[in-house]
Design a binder for this molecule. Structure first.
Ligand SMILES: N[C@@H](CCC(=O)N[C@@H](CS)C(=O)NCC(=O)O)C(=O)O
Length: 221
């Protein structure tokens, strides 16, 4: 790829991470810049119609929406991460979407106003991973030996739990051994590991502690 790529990022954004992982899996050289989402600069609002990260600038042309960015990279650069089979590729796209729903549940969990809502979100979270457990094979990745875009989506999902585990034992993965093994395989993958800065756990802890939520209370008591 003979184009200049810039990933407009935020340090905690899981959607940015999925794009960063796909870029790294394809050995693409790219520049990464962070924006302050609590004080969005005008240049950012001009390139991001929804005011969200990530945006990928391709020779200055913005592409927004992480799934679309991943598909663009799939269309333009080898190695292919999606399966060749059209039906399997469609299934992978569906599980990418499921990954976004899991991220919404995670946000619900860390924003829960009281213990009851927090517990509801924990139960919902366990159910989501049980659904994934039912479709996982022998691993180590979502579709076996081949690292796919679905893996790039779930690496950032699991990363939240590395910090949640230090707050309380929510037993999210107790009944899902295949998911546990998948989580470990993704944590060990260099492209997944390196998709965030080294101070990510500290930044996430601070973000969570400042939510004013039931989870913040657990951290601050
Ligand atoms: N559907 C979007 C979601 C991106 C998203 O929610 N980004 C968050 C940060 S992780 C954001 O920019 N939020 C700022 C805002 O909504 O004002 C995608 O997949 O790219």
């Amino acid at each position: 790829m003979n184009t200049q790529l810039t990933l407009v990022s935020h340090q905690l954004c899981p959607y940015v991470q999925r794009a960063a992982i796909v870029l790294a899996e394809k050995n693409i050289i790219f520049k990464r810049i962070h924006v302050d989402l609590s004080n969005k600069p005008d240049w950012f609002l001009r390139i991001s119609p929804l005011g969200k990260t990530p945006v990928l600038l391709v020779d200055g042309e913005p592409i927004f929406e992480s799934a679309v960015i991943c598909e663009y990279l799939e269309d333009t650069t080898l190695p292919r991460l999606h399966p060749d089979n059209v039906l399997q590729r469609a299934r992978h796209r569906a599980w990418m979407e499921f990954g976004s729903a899991v991220l919404n549940t995670i946000a619900g969990l860390y924003n829960a106003a009281d213990d009851k809502v927090l517990q509801d979100k924990v139960v919902e979270m366990r159910k989501r991973f049980e659904q994934i457990e039912a479709v996982l094979g022998d691993g180590p990745y979502f579709a076996g030996q081949h690292f796919s875009v679905v893996d790039a989506v779930f690496g950032p999902v699991f990363r939240y739990f590395d910090v949640f585990d230090g707050i309380a034992d929510f037993a999210i993965f107790k009944a899902t051994p295949r998911v546990r093994a998948w989580r470990a395989a993704l944590a060990a993958r260099p492209t997944v590991r390196d998709a965030v800065d080294p101070d990510y756990p500290h930044l996430l802890q601070r973000f969570l502690a400042e939510r004013g939520s039931a989870l913040s209370a657990l951290m601050n008591h």
